[in-house]
Design a protein. Structure first.
Length: 169
């Protein structure tokens, strides 16, 4: 379970990230299964000086990532043109800041990925997140996770590719 990497490169490398080898695949049906104890143990004893640690749990047939993420510090502002982010909070508490106007962001990821990171959300709306919360962040909506100071915050994220371009500006 040493397949850890910085969240700063998640959107650039989701196809190259090593996955956790302890998942159970059941026969020819390609089900990816993690028991509660397996997902609970992913971050045991893990500490980071990075903004986040992420583990690739698996991916869809279209190579879209299924991730579990641990944040201990505020993440960068992110914008994804081609993906909705579906997130389910596992543990901890955080603020999710979203908005349409961002200053100071830069294109990130692989060429043509149409993703941006950094900067500040200027017209932000904040939502408190707690265990069990379910969030869908539509493509082109700037977002930033800000964990409660000094406490770990973990959540599952599933990247869902848009089949049509987002009409968000």
């Amino acid at each position: 379970m040493k397949e850890v990497f910085s969240f700063a490169i998640i959107w650039a490398c989701t196809l190259m990230v090593p996955s956790i080898s302890h998942a159970q695949k059941t026969g020819a049906d390609s089900v990816i299964f993690f028991s509660k104890s397996q997902t609970d143990s992913i971050f045991n004893g893990k500490a980071s000086t990075e903004r986040a640690l992420a583990f690739l749990l698996g991916s869809s047939q279209d190579k879209e990532a299924y991730l579990v993420i641990l944040r201990t510090k505020p993440g960068d502002v992110e914008i994804h043109e081609q993906f909705d982010d579906v997130a389910i909070v596992r543990s901890g508490y955080a603020m999710l800041k979203t908005g349409n106007k961002v200053s100071g962001h830069k294109e990130s990821g692989s060429p043509g990925a149409r993703e941006w990171a950094g900067g500040m959300i200027e017209d932000g709306k904040e939502r408190s997140l707690s265990p069990g919360d379910f969030v869908v962040i539509p493509a082109m909506l700037a977002h930033q996770y800000i964990p409660k100071a000094g406490e770990p915050f973990t959540y599952w994220t599933i990247k869902v590719r848009r089949t049509k371009p987002s009409n968000r500006k």
